[in-house]
Design a protein around this ligand. Sequence first.
Ligand code: LER
Ligand code: MN
Length: 281
Amino acid sequence: MQHWKYAVSAAEQRPQTSPLPLEGDLYEVLEQAAALGYDGIELHAREYVPFDYERIKESGCKIRMLVTGRLFTEGNLSLLDGDPAKVDACLESMKIYLDKAAKLGAGIVLGWAKGTVAPGQDREAALRMLGERLQILDQYGSDAGAPIVIEAINRYETNLFHTAGEILRFLDTYHLENCYVHLDTFHMNIEEADLCGAIRLCGKRLGYFHVADNTRRYPGSGHLNFNEIFAALDDIGYSGWVNVECLPVPDGITAARQALHYLKKCEAGNAEPSAVRSPIA
Ligand code: LER
Ligand code: MN
């Protein structure tokens, strides 16, 4: 089985109930992640947060992805906003994320900030608008050297892109060559009839992979079969990173530690079946 690089989700401040194991000052979080054995972090931050690129390099831990969701949750901007000025502002902010990601050797995650289909709006028209706006960012990211990964998120959180198949169709329709599918085992467990089939369907277009168990606690605490999931990633020759995005339960450090310990066992093909694992509080 292939060996993947592992990252863990982090933010300076995490909203309550969010699935981000690490929280705090960026440079401390990078050290924490490195000490836990991670190769990198995924950072949830606004586009204007300044970076000390030298200090990031010195930490020995990479920022693998910049997550753009706060542009929507804090900035109230999305690519499908009804106000053209807000769409322009969103595009400009996305370009800033892409420039920063290129400097870090990272990519950007597009989830919330793509927006949603508004009540009464024609779905195909919304997809067309999103496709055209993403073509601008696809080209910009390609020129800058930073990919965009589009996350499939479950139906209770968004009305756009629930499955790998929907995103693949969209990428093909709009010829988005610098955009990739981003899957998350928590969402897949709700939306995909066949988790491993969805991974295989993506093949080389799978760009990023979030892991949590079925309850969204750390991998190994529930009933998802990560041995099979990793075998499917191996089958498609997945060369991206595996990112732990799980609830900070019982606390963030313990969740991050337990997750990595379990995932490395799965990678080695010797994780115990879920039935003999002890349940967590
Ligand atoms: C973000 O990666 C994600 O998976 C969303 O469910 C956040 O709520
Ligand atoms: Mn996710």
